[in-house]
Design a protein around this ligand. Structure first.
Ligand code: ADP
Length: 684
């Protein structure tokens, strides 16, 4: 629940709306319970066929009779009884004064005092009753005299009250909905801001589909939890409390009888809530695996089709959704279980109170098992009113029963969201650090060791010094650590040991933004965004002018084919993407790097998708582009290797040799083997 409480803090900026919604809920709840008080007058009119005026007069007469007594029946009223008790008191006091303290008189006096207090209480209650009845009388005498008209008026008022209540409920729902959605909006943005600053390898640990599930499905469930909380937690208990208070006016003892089952119901709800949290966590995990399968299948659709693996993928998806269905049914059943259980408890409690009440009505007693239940014998309409009030509590209580389970669902989602949100990038942005001046001297790997997981070194004691302007090619078997080695420069991750210096500044001490602004990266896997070609080239250089973008595209040999597209530079990648070849997409990526004019250029197997025809041109463009900047290129292409000033041979994370193509061919056995195995095949 701690994380759920943290999620609720996102609603704090919108507390004004929340308070307003609470006010609406309070008003709606009061109006709702007010409707139930109409039962007594309606019943009075229907059963006695009296007008309300006669009825209120009768009520007043009865209360007066209680106070003043009935001479015909020789009954003393409360007032007279009180006078008599006062007389007795005076007599007893006088007797004590005359005869001195006497145990028997003291005893009589104690009994009399108790009677006095009870009579005083009753008299004051009766007087306040009469005051209220007089007030009601004034109002009732303004109503029509005919019983049917009075009834119609009462029911008309009832309908109007329900309509007004509906207006308040609408505003409450709308306000709560806006608070929930606004706080989800803030939470998602905060989450995205956090996620985008995570390290590159934290993404691969987490899995992008897993993250996407948390952004969509989990936040949605959290939203449902908060909506239930804000929407139901004020209005529904308030309705129940209003009804309990009204019921207490009729007989608080019978109402307490009804309430004894509340702790038992709470205990059961607590158990169900815990089960719900567990079930929801599993449900969300299953949804994450569905996202994963979707992402893998759609991204790798070519492979799936080429290997005719559609049936397998279908089966995999079917299994995942079946699993999800099972977990979803568990959640549904727990949720559905809460409501009838609470309802049964509610009815059992009402039945208990009703039986006791009915016994009092039938026998005309005021005591049950020796306990006083009502001051005066209970009448049938009062019992029916009590029953209606207690029965009506079932509705808010049933709604409340789902609140706890839904909150627990939201709490499970909040746990998963905050587990991601709390992740801190290991690479610190160092935004206060000194800005790195444009690289112009050298890059140095100084005794660099790196591992993704403890105990599995990927790079070991790498020493390498690259003067400014040099082109260094990196070769080695798959998994020898080439990508890792170049990824250390833009600080996708930091070295575990040793350091990397650019112009003698340890990159960890420099401002991260200023470092990355100097690096141009073109990878084998072309990443284009769903935007126009112009914006894709200008990515990272948003203020670039049209001529600059076109000049960069020309240098990357992309200008011609872009112009052939229907909307030229304004064609969207989404529409044109399917018409572009892998090589064309790579040229757009190259134009993007050229426009950025980086001091350090990293090419990771970049040329692998070029067709033979444009290869020579691209090679020329690259040679041109590499001039005046330091380039690290991972490649197996002979023509690139020949233009490289030096070639670094990596073997299992160690530098096996450094030299030119000629030197290595002459003296380096691993390089020769690599050449034999790969280069010949590639060049053939
Ligand atoms: P190369 O580019 O030479 O093929 P890489 O630098 O990509 O090699 O990978 C070197 C080793 O590091 C491989 O064994 C690979 O499995 C491992 N590796 C790469 N990225 C990660 C990662 N994010 N987490 C864990 N291991 C990784």
């Amino acid at each position: 629940m701690k994380n759920f409480a943290r999620a609720l803090r996102y609603a704090w900026p919108y507390r004004g709306r929340l308070i307003l919604s609470f006010l609406c809920a309070i008003l709606a709840a009061n109006l709702w319970s007010l409707c139930f008080t109409s039962i007594t007058p309606v019943l009075a009119i229907v059963t006695t066929r009296q007008s309300l005026q006669d009825w209120i007069d009768e009520q007043i007469a009865e209360t007066k009779k209680l106070i003043d007594g009935d001479q015909k029946k020789n009954e003393l009223g409360l007032a007279k009884e009180l006078d008599r008790a006062n007389e007795i008191e005076n007599r007893l006091v006088a007797k004590i004064a005359r005869e001195g303290p006497n145990e028997e008189i003291e005893h009589q006096r104690r009994d009399n005092s108790r009677l006095l207090t009870r009579l005083e209480d009753k008299l004051s209650d009766a007087r306040s009753d009469i005051y209220r009845q007089q007030l009601a009388r004034k109002f009732i005498y303004r109503l029509p005299k005919d019983p049917f008209q009075t009834l119609a008026l009462l029911l008309g008022v009832l309908t109007a009250v329900v309509a007004v209540k509906g207006v308040f409920e609408f505003f409450q729902d709308s306000l709560v909905g806006s608070v929930v959605n606004l706080s989800l909006f803030d939470l998602r943005n905060r989450f995205f801001r956090n996620a985008i600053h995570l390290d590159v390898n934290q993404f691969s640990e987490q899995g992008s589909s897993e993250l996407m599930a948390r952004f969509t499905n989990d936040t949605e469930l959290l939203g449902q939890g908060t909506k239930t909380l804000f929407g139901k937690l004020v209005g529904e208990p308030l309705k129940a409390i209003c009804l309990v208070v009204l019921a207490c006016f009729i007989s608080w003892q019978l109402t307490v009888m009804f309430l004894v089952l509340v702790p038992v119901a709470l205990f059961i709800l607590n158990k169900l809530g815990r089960a719900m949290k567990r079930a929801t966590r599993r449900l969300l995990e299953r949804m994450s695996s569905i996202y994963k399968i979707l992402q893998e299948t759609f991204q790798g659709i070519r492979v799936v089709k080429a290997f005719t693996m559609e049936p397998r993928e279908r089966q995999r998806f079917c299994n995942a959704t079946k699993e999800y269905y099972r977990k979803a049914m568990l959640v549904v059943n727990i949720d559905a279980f809460a409501s009838p259980i609470i309802e049964t408890f509610g009815v059992a409690a009402v039945v208990g109170a009703l039986l006791a009440g009915a016994y009092l009505v039938i026998t005309g007693h005021t005591h049950l098992f020796g306990i006083r239940m009502t001051d005066q014998p209970l009448k049938a309409p009062a019992l029916l009113q009590l029953y209606a009030l207690l029965g009506a509590i079932a509705d808010p209580v049933r709604k409340l029963s789902s609140v706890y389970t839904r909150l627990q669902s939201g709490a499970a989602a909040a746990d998963r969201i905050f587990a991601c949100l709390d992740r801190q990038p290991r690479v610190k942005a160092n935004s206060e650090g000194p800005r790195l001046a444009r690289h112009q001297s050298h890059i140095e790997y100084r005794d660099v060791c790196f591992s993704y997981e403890p105990g599995r070194p990927i790079l070991t004691n790498v020493h390498l010094r690259i003067p400014f302007g040099e082109t260094v090619a990196i070769v080695g078997h798959n998994g020898s650590g080439k990508t890792t080695l170049v990824g250390l420069i833009p600080r996708f991750y930091d070295a575990d040991h040793g350091s990397i210096l650019i112009d003698d500044v340890d990159i960890r001490n420099a401002n991260l933004r200023s470092l990355r602004q100097q690096v141009g990266l073109v990878t084998q896997e072309t990443i284009l965004f769903d935007d126009t070609i112009f914006k894709n080239i200008a990515y990272g250089n948003r203020r670039a002018r049209r001529e600059e973008v076109e000049a960069a595209a020309k240098k990357a040999f992309a200008h011609e084919f872009i112009l052939k597209l229907e909307k030229g530079y304004d064609s969207s990648i989404g529409e044109a993407g399917s018409k572009l070849s892998g090589g064309q997409k790579q040229r757009i990526a190259l134009a993007r790097a050229i426009l950025r004019d980086p001091a350090i250029l990293i090419l990771d197997e970049f040329t692998s998708q070029y067709d033979a025809e444009s290869e020579e041109k691209i090679h020329q463009a690259l040679k041109e582009f590499m001039r005046g900047r330091t380039t690290l290129v991972i490649t197996h292409r002979l023509n690139t290797l020949e233009v490289a000033n030096r070639i670094v041979v990596l073997e299992a994370g160690r530098i096996a040799a450094v030299g030119t193509h000629r030197e290595l061919m002459a003296a380096c056995l691993p390089y020769q083997r690599l050449h034999e195995a790969q280069f010949r095949r590639l060049c053939a």
